[in-house]
Each structure stands twice: as C-alpha cells, then as structure tokens.
Design a protein around this ligand. Sequence first.
Ligand code: 4AD
Ligand code: MG
Length: 462
Amino acid sequence: MKRTKIVDIFAPALIGCEVSVKGWVRTRRGNKYVQFVALNDGSTIKNLQVVFDMNRFTDDQLKSVTTGSSIHVTGRLVESQGKGQTCEVQADTLEIYGSADPNEYPLQKKGHTLEFLREKAHLRPRTNTFGAVLRVRSALAFAIHKFFNEKGFFYLHTPLITASDCEGAGAMFQVTTLPLNDLPHTDDGQVDYSKDFFGKPTALTVSGQLEGELGATALGAIYTFGPTFRAENSNTPRHLSEFWMIEPEMAFYEISDNMDLAEEFIKYCVKYALENCKDDIEFLAGHFDKELIERLKFVVDHDFVRLTYTEGVKILEESGRKFEFPVHWGTDLQSEHERYLVEEHFKRPVILTDYPKEIKAFYMKQNDDGKTVRAMDVLFPKIGEIIGGSEREADYNKLMTRINELDIPMKDMWWYLDTRRFGTVPHSGFGLGFERLVLFVTGMTNIRDVIPFPRTPNNAEF
Ligand code: 4AD
Ligand code: MG
C-alpha cells in the first residue's frame, strides 16, 4: 500500500479507507485495553492519532513505541470520537523502523527552552516549534523565487569565493589551501599568495551585489539568493556569520522604483506565508507571540513610511528619549533608533533614504548636496533593518573619485568599473536578509532559531 503523508490524511474523502502512514512517535498513552500514539511525519504541525486495540497487539509489540521512535502503521482511517482530532487510524499492522531509548533521547520531555534546543540543533527540527519555523522558512524561499519569476527577473548565481574585498559590508573569512603552520613567504617577508590555490588571496563573499550589477547591466533585472558570510564578532539576536541574502539588481531603476519593489516584495512574501502556512503561524503565534498575525496583516495592508535620514534623525533628537547610543546627524543608526522610529513614532515600517555618504558604501549614487547618497534601508518592527540597498553610482568619474577618497584597493575590481565604462545605465538594487524576514514572519526573537544550523562566533558544531 502506498504511504500517505499526514498532511494529506485529513482530507474527508479518505475516511473509511485503508491507509499506510510512517513517522516519528511524539507521545504514547493509554491503558491495558487501548493505546494512543501521536504520530508526526514532518509534513504538517498536526499529529495523527493512531489507536492500538490491545486485544490485537501485545505489550511486547508496543514496548519500543516510545517518544522519538519511528514506525510504520497500516489501518483504517475513521472519524475520531475523542477531542482534539477529526480522524484517527485504527492500527492493523505495526512495523518499527527504529527505537529511541527513553533514557537517552534528548527530546523525551516536552517544553524544552529554545536555549536547550540550540544545543541539540541536530534533533530540534523534530519539535513542533522548529518544524513550524522550518516549514515557514521553506515556504518563504519558494515565495521569493515565485515573486521574481512572476516579475520576469532572472535568477543569477554569483560566486561564493571571491578575490574582491572592497564591498565593505563586513570582515571576511579567508579561503586558502596554504599550510597554515608552514606558510610560503616572498623575499620581503609577506605571505606568498602566488602559491595559494587561486594565485591570490581569496575569501568567502559578503554579498553577491557587485557581480549582480554585471548581471543587471546585461539581463536587465536579476536576483541572487544564496549564502553570504561575515566574520564580525557580533553576538546579537539579529546577526549570523553565515546568512542567506536575496539581492535583486535592476537596470533603469531609480531609487523610488527600488523602494516600490522592496515594499511590494516584502508584502508579497508575508502574504504568501499568511495564506500558505496558516497552521504553523497559528501555532507560533499561540506559543510565542500573541500579536504575530495582527502584525503580519498590518504590514501587508499598510503603506510603508518614506523619509530621509535627515528627517529621521531630527525626530530622534526631538524625541526626548535617552538612547544608549546618542544620535546626531552623521551617526550610523543603531537598532534602538530604528525601532523607535518604527515601533513608537510611526507605528509602521519605514524606508529611510539619503544617508550621509560617510556611513554608506562607495558604490551608492551621490546626491547633489555633496553630503548624502541615495541609500535606502527598510526598517521593520521587532527587527530594525531588514533591507539595505541604494541606487548605484552610474557615473565612472564620480565613482572613481569616491573610490580614491576612500583609498579602496581597486586593482582586482577593474571588471566592476567596466560596467560604468561600457554602456553604463542608472540602476539600483537591495539586499534582504532572509533570516530577518523569517524572524519577522515566525515571531521568533533570536536569529539562531530560524536557520537550521546557525553559524555564530564559536559555534559550528552541527
Ligand atoms: O545592508 P547590507 O550589508 O547590504 C549589502 O550587503 C548590500 N550589498 C545589499 C545590496 O544592496 N545588494 O546587508 C543587507 C541585509 C541587511 O539589511 C540585513 O537584513 C541582512 O542583510 N544582514 C544580516 N543578516 C544576518 N546576519 C548578519 N550578520 C547580517 N548582515 C546583514
Ligand atoms: Mg545595511
């Protein structure tokens, strides 16, 4: 008999049918006449109740059916008399794939803390919480591809190993095959990278943007969706050393087009999750965040506020609020400032534009005031910055002037500058931190809990 996934079993048409189900035992309870097993196969947050009539099964047969064990059951699907489920399976046959010693299985009990489960990252996907988060994460990844595909964007694969270190987005992880305990040296005592794998220093990328610009100035509109790596020692609930980023890049887009796209994109993803992950989001709302669904609907239904950095700083200065980091024109905004604007002042998402050039990357389009650049950050409730982007400086001379001012080593970057030398066009793009979107949609509060295997300083066990 063909296996039915538990997510498909609740279809009314299956009532009365013989079914074959496979999964992991969540709990077993009962008495000497009847035993009830809650079975989960990961396809849905819902467990299927399997009923064992103990006239037909022996205690010995059910001995290994303990929390965490894996089983295969065939039997008839019937309407359930009990509370909490619409249907249940009356077991005819039982096959045990694998036992899980109750004295050793780490998830034997319910109600573990998220901190405890982080230490058990290899098994935590079997909990309700992480099952829900990972299904939502998967749905959001699909929504992202769907959105861009519907808009005619092309999915561009940008390299993970790069020789350019001038994006300036963060410290990089070096990639080398040189023997670290016996490095080759040049005559002047430097490490001899000509002997390294690529013949030059290389590292894991912090962003696919620069290569994305090459794609956009050929295909018109592209997006990347891949892992990026940042070696900063920032131990916050919103930073990972390895995170996934979506970076659309569009030719012939000015900053306002860029803002429109960012807003439409996030709303599309949140709406997709609300419509397609109802059970999981309801579970997460019930357990962690009572206002979650309201907050998600609010974002979908309301325009984001758009204002300049200068206006934003003025609001912060006049707020009378004592911030941990003092704020004035020219300072980089901290999460406390971003969240004040979003959660207390405007009470909705904010797109902040035109930041001082000193605190933004070299490639951003320079405004005529000589002080600001056409940057845009999208700020979200509970999260702070969820998107960072800009219109790009398309003028070769202006870009070179900025590069020289900042003393950026451009010798490996000639290929990037060629976009401005040959058929340069106005263009824009942004980067969405995927885990920050998953944080927002799931209502979780620590970014380590929305990626299966988090990479953070001193943490790469699993
Ligand atoms: O603002 P960032 O550094 O921008 C860039 O990398 C640009 N190249 C994007 C572009 O214009 N194409 O990063 C973009 C987003 C942030 O807004 C944030 O959501 C996320 O990536 N992010 C991180 N997420 C998790 N852990 C980290 N360490 C992150 N750093 C940035
Ligand atoms: Mg940023």
